[in-house]
Design a protein around this ligand. Structure first.
Ligand SMILES: Cc1ncc(COP(=O)(O)O)c(C=O)c1O
Length: 320
């Protein structure tokens, strides 16, 4: 939220949740009955998949598609069609999007909100990655695009990604619609232990101070440099592997479909080969990308460089 120039936000609009996923589930419990279908884009952050399914809801995916420049886009017609066909009244929106690293523009969010509005769909917007903008990309809060979006969206944030505070627990919601806010907070309270502790409270205050902002302003160029390095490496050195250049988050989603075909290898073999040579990476299958791999680029640049050299020497350009 740092630097987004949000206006009209009052203290009352902000609520507490131990974690963003807990907040997403509290909101789901208000917006849908167990067994109901929920619209999600795919690829999908696996935390959503687990939380939605384990709480008794069903998932309907609307796949994101890559345009001619390799940029991930929403398919508004598909969203509209699936919402109508499945009588969906709640969607989980991820802005910026994990795992693709896409930062939705104001125009794109506006179009998505128009689809939701037309179909009376409540929106749960996970904006946990909103501070992590690479290469000067610009984050737009979902609730800022229209009056409808403001009143029909429950948004969730946390300092945990930006300031590496996940271990301390703590996130917060912004819900302008009073009855909805009160109902979501009431669900959250029923777990009894959904309350802030003194460490996380002071960590959050510290993170959102000028000093925290200074630190973030030094972090973002390093992460952007890592993204640039990773993107250049993949596009210049790894034939058959393609990727979208992460705009936000510090994740990168590699599409290895062609490489696997050309080298007659399975996804499991590829993943294991990487781990055997000291490359810690994650199976994209967990995110509905069965021939993709998710990379976390939040390390010193020297380590990212080392990881890519290993991929080059021992994995993508090696005989094995
Ligand atoms: C989109 C998204 N939401 C939520 C979380 C987890 O947040 P929390 O630990 O606050 O539940 C993550 C962590 O990777 C995430 O990527």
């Amino acid at each position: 939220m740092i630097g987004t120039n949000v206006s009209g936000l009052t203290k009352e609009d902000i609520g507490y949740e131990n974690g963003v996923l807990g907040g997403v589930v509290s909101a789901l419990k208000v917006f849908a009955a167990p067994g109901d279908k929920v619209l999600l884009h795919s690829p999908t952050y696996m935390g959503f998949t687990n939380a939605v399914l384990s709480n008794g809801y069903q998932i309907v995916h609307s796949p994101l598609i890559k345009d001619e420049n390799g940029t991930w886009r929403m398919n508004y017609e598909d969203m509209d069609k699936k919402i109508k066909k499945n009588q969906i009244h709640v969607a989980i929106f991820c802005n910026p999007h994990n795992p693709t690293g896409r930062v939705w523009t104001k125009e794109e969010i506006t179009k998505a909100m128009e689809v939701y509005e037309r179909n009376n769909v409540w929106v749960i917007s996970d904006e946990i990655w909103s501070d992590l903008m690479m290469n000067d990309h610009h984050y737009t809060p979902t609730q800022s695009v229209s009056e409808w979006a403001k009143e029909h969206t429950a948004a969730f944030y946390a300092p945990s990604k930006t300031f590496n505070l996940a271990g301390l627990i703590g996130s917060y919601s912004v819900i302008y619609n009073k009855p909805i806010r009160e109902r979501i907070q009431s669900v959250g309270k029923k777990t009894v232990y959904n309350s802030m502790n003194v460490f996380s409270e002071h960590a959050l205050i510290g993170a959102y101070s000028d000093e925290g902002n200074n630190w973030l302003n030094q972090l973002l160029p390093v992460l952007s440099q890592n993204v640039n390095l990773a993107y250049d490496y993949v596009t210049k050195h790894f034939d058959g592997v393609s990727t979208f250049k992460t705009e936000g988050t510090y994740m990168m989603f590699l599409d290895c479909t062609d490489w696997l075909k050309e080298h007659d290898k399975t996804q499991t073999e590829l993943l294991e080969r990487g781990w055997d040579y000291g490359i810690g990476w994650q199976d994209g299958g967990l995110f509905q990308g069965p021939t993709s791999i998710r990379l976390n680029l939040a390390s010193p640049t020297s380590r990212i460089e080392d990881a890519f050299k290993r991929m080059d020497k021992y994995v993508f350009n090696a005989e094995w």
